[in-house]
Design a protein around this ligand. Structure first.
Ligand code: SF4
Length: 211
């Protein structure tokens, strides 16, 4: 029996990327393959600039779900009335550790478009409607195609010019949320100005005070 561990799940507006501003159920799976989520492990983790809490199942709308149908029902309940433009954004942690075809199917049956935000180190599950890959320096990205590539910037060890050859429809550059945020914003703006293939992406949910 598949058990899905969900850190949190709630109705909001998608904050980042090309679908920013869209009503969506946001489903954050627990766990990541690039960091344990414990502060004492951060310095040695493959990804060490994470700004999300993905450990455990104790967040708003989180919990353990015993089947794809049960989790899809939870998502549907959070969406509420109305069948139009149903969207679920599945993230983590790393969503590909848990998202399987059965869950994608159950969400489709309920009329949801399924979007994911992944670090790209695991192949995307079949049937996903919108794939956003956010590569992390020093990792082997196997998912090199999709809808949007969202590069958190700056990251030493990643060359954006190389990424331009990957098969994505949109290339987004997003300033890193860190202590040196001003420098990160300036670096992201510079890249978008120098290389027009890239668009600036902002974390609009933080600007407007949404989770
Ligand atoms: S890959 Fe994503 S979820 Fe995992 S540690 Fe990095 S930023 Fe956090």
């Amino acid at each position: 029996m598949t058990i899905y561990a969900v850190k949190e799940c709630f109705l909001t507006l998608q904050g980042e990327g090309m679908q920013s501003g869209s009503r969506a159920v946001f489903l954050r799976f627990a766990g990541c393959n690039l960091w344990s989520g414990r502060e004492q492990d951060r310095a040695d983790a493959q990804c060490n600039f994470c700004d999300t809490h993905f450990v455990g199942t104790d967040g708003e709308g989180g919990g353990k779900f015993r089947s794809a149908g049960e989790l899809a029902e939870h998502v549907e309940r959070l969406w509420g009335e109305g069948n139009e433009r149903r969207l679920v954004v599945i993230t983590g942690g790393e969503p590909m550790l848990q998202l399987d075809e059965a869950l994608v199917e159950c969400l489709h049956e309920r009329g949801f478009r399924v979007a994911v935000e992944t670090n790209g180190t695991l192949p995307a599950t079949a049937g996903i409607d919108w794939i956003c890959v956010s590569p992390k320096a020093g990792t082997e990205v196997v998912q090199r195609s999709g809808d949007e590539l969202k590069l958190v910037w700056p990251q030493q060890g990643i060359d954006p010019v190389e990424l331009e050859g990957w098969a994505f429809n949109h290339f987004l550059i997003q300033p890193m949320d860190c202590e040196r945020g001003d420098e990160a914003r300036a670096a992201a703006i510079k890249l978008a100005m120098d290389r027009p293939q890239w668009r600036l992406s902002l974390q609009t949910h933080k600007v407007v005070g949404l989770a």
